[in-house]
Design a protein around this ligand. Structure first.
Ligand code: FES
Ligand SMILES: [Fe+2]
Length: 301
């Protein structure tokens, strides 16, 4: 991804048009991108500026050798790229999620990047996401979380979009008045937790209390290895001690979830149980996810 002198954000396939070496790694401030293999050099708008010895090639035409562009767009502090030339615009992929986040009391334009965490887990990515998509397990498996968030099915809302889904969990009154031993003091601008899923493997989390949001990519590294890549963002004037409380709250849930999904993967690996049974109310976000997986694999749409 580049931001050239004209101020425009662009994104490219990071593969050299010469013989395929990766062009750029890491991040920094530069005027050009130079491939480390044979020094083909690209402008920040992707055009090929110079290829050593090209003047000795009678027919060398740099114009058809630009880095391949991909779609890029932003939403708040987040940058999304899409290598599919037929993909629709970002705002369509996000469906109702930005509105729900704004309605929840978060000012997405004011938050700043804080820190990056990765959780690697020996599971298929779909097992990890199916776990994300239900809170039926919360009362049993997340006791600290359930002291903070009202996970009762009559309070905890499940919203199914076409390619997104959302879970909105109100904070318990006992977590706000300090009587319920909640993991941290959740008084603040944000009165509910929000968990959004954006097809196929992005999730967005908001904890109650201060201005906070985290975004995750669930990246399959193999059939049974997934890395959950989380970036945390907080409002500009949130105290570091508060930030660490929110991250500890989230990390506790993440660690509990990793143990759950690894046990599920072991169970599935037995091969003994051919099919599960979804709860049609509490697990309807999983049903929607599975339909989208099925459609993608069968190209039904
Ligand atoms: S592969 Fe990039 S310059 Fe040769
Ligand atoms: Fe969980």
């Amino acid at each position: 991804m580049t931001r050239a002198g004209d101020g425009e954000l662009r994104a490219f396939v990071n593969v050299c048009r010469h013989r395929g070496h990766l062009v750029a790694q890491g991040a920094g401030c530069r005027e050009t991108l130079q491939c480390p293999y044979h020094a083909w050099t690209y402008e920040l708008d992707g055009t090929l500026r110079r290829a050593p010895r090209s003047e000795r090639e009678p027919e060398f035409d740099p114009s058809g050798l630009s880095l391949l562009p991909v779609a890029v767009d932003t939403w708040g502090p987040f940058v999304f790229v899409n290598p599919d030339p037929d993909a629709g615009p970002l705002h369509e992929a996000l469906e109702g999620v930005p509105q729900m986040i704004a309605d929840g009391g978060l000012d997405l334009d004011s938050v700043r990047f804080h820190s990056h965490h990765e959780w690697e887990q020996q599971v298929n990515w779909k097992v990890a996401l199916e776990n994300y998509l239900e809170c039926y397990h919360c009362p049993v498996a997340h006791p600290g979380f359930s002291k903070m968030i009202d996970v009762d099915p009559d309070s905890y809302s499940l919203i199914v979009g076409e390619k997104t889904s959302s879970q909105l969990g109100p904070v318990r009154a006992s977590a706000l008045d300090g009587s319920g031993r909640a993991p941290y003091d959740a008084r603040g601008d944000v009165g509910q937790s929000q968990y959004h899923f954006i097809w196929p493997n992005t999730t967005i989390n908001i904890a109650p209390g201060p201005q906070n949001i985290s975004i995750e990519r669930w990246v399959p590294l193999g059939a049974k290895t997934t890395v959950e890549v989380t970036d945390y963002f907080f409002g500009p004037d949130i105290e570091e001690t508060t930030i660490q409380e929110v991250i500890a709250f989230d990390s506790q849930v993440a660690e509990e979830d990793v143990a759950l999904v690894m046990a599920v993967q072991k169970g599935l690996d037995s091969g003994a149980v051919k099919q599960g049974k979804l709860m049609t109310e509490s697990e309807r976000l999983i049903a929607s996810f599975q339909r989208n997986v099925y459609d993608a694999l069968t190209d039904a749409r």
